[in-house]
Ligand binder design. Sequence first.
Ligand code: PLP
Length: 427
Amino acid sequence: MTTNNPGFATLAVHAGAQPDPATGARITPIYQTTAYVFNDADHAAALFGLKQFGNIYTRIMNPTQAVLEERIAALEGGTAALAVASGHAAQMLIFHTLMQPGNNFVAARKLYGGSINQFGHAFQNFGWQVRWADPADPADFAAQIDENTRAIFIESLANPGGTFVDIAAIADVARRHGLPLIVDNTMASPYLVRPLEHGADIVVHSATKFLGGHGNSMGGVIVDGGTFDWSQSDKFPMLSKPRSEYSGIVLHQAFGNFAFAIACRVLGLRDLGPAIAPMNAFLILTGIETLPLRMQRHCENALRVATWLKQHPKVAWVNYAGLPDDPNHALQQRYSPKGGGAVFTFGVKGGYAAGKALVEGLQLFSHLANIGDTRSLVIHPASTTHAQLSEEQQIAAGAGPDVVRLSVGIEDAEDIIGDLDQSLARV
Ligand code: PLP
């Protein structure tokens, strides 16, 4: 790259990539290989001993994946990144690096439902406890911290409700207690919000969503902000104690401000194994090239759709932070002035039956459990993702009987609104 301080759109196209040194190929190749030939026995030993950077085996690293990692680290403003098989795998590796059995972490109560399950059920098997806090109340996070707490976890823009969180206020709580703040930035993407600039230490993504952007590949990314001083605490033995399998290396001493990303790779990914497929890394990398354009269009369309829904006689309410009269609008203006994102919820008059009928009548929208595709997507949580909950639990989770969630795509806004119009007319 020739400019010293490239802009976001330039980084989205170029960061981490260069013409392939072996062939001149302009596009980063899909390095579809499982392993890499060592130069000689000393080279192999140096790689295995973490004395030298280089490729060993695609469970741990891959050249296509490496370009993706460098690009996302650049877009988020982090020191390093690690790409893995899915967003859930990324979360798993983060907590594997931070937690020991008997430790706990404090997480926002309003999260993607799959994260609520992962934290509340699967993580229990490892002896990691989650404590839920109100994302709108930083004091609630502080109140739940004790000597066994190891991290705070929030979503910058919460799924499914589409509400922005006061990252700086929660980062302040984390800093005062000597804990890293982890921010899931999936729904906003770094185009809208860069959590590291507001005090986060670690950013995590489901790259399956807006980063890849086309609904074609699973992936997850961990970004190391390089901000947390692991040397100041004996709470994180994976980073601060000698590692016997690497001849006594202390990771934070050896790798400084990218030690967290290294730990997730050489301890977590190496031993737990959720590697991203090179093909998926390639597709997500290609998707990122148009991230700024897509996010602009997603936000423009979502605002037009939300504004239109708000005046519709069959619509009871619309929660979209981009609307000037939305209670979350001030936080959106502060953290995400370029737009309110693509995903939001609204209520159809007539409750459960009306919500279900609306979804069934849509033709352009795809009825499925995903967000962040170029296509417009819809789901009625009460009859699908949240069907196993009582009505009271559904309402608490923001998935009451009348709630419909949209992920507004990049088609023509008139066509998206036209589809909603014809289906609402029949509800
Ligand atoms: N975080 C958020 C906000 C999500 O929406 C999702 C998936 O929908 C995930 C994490 C999990 O990501 P993945 O499905 O790639 O494992």
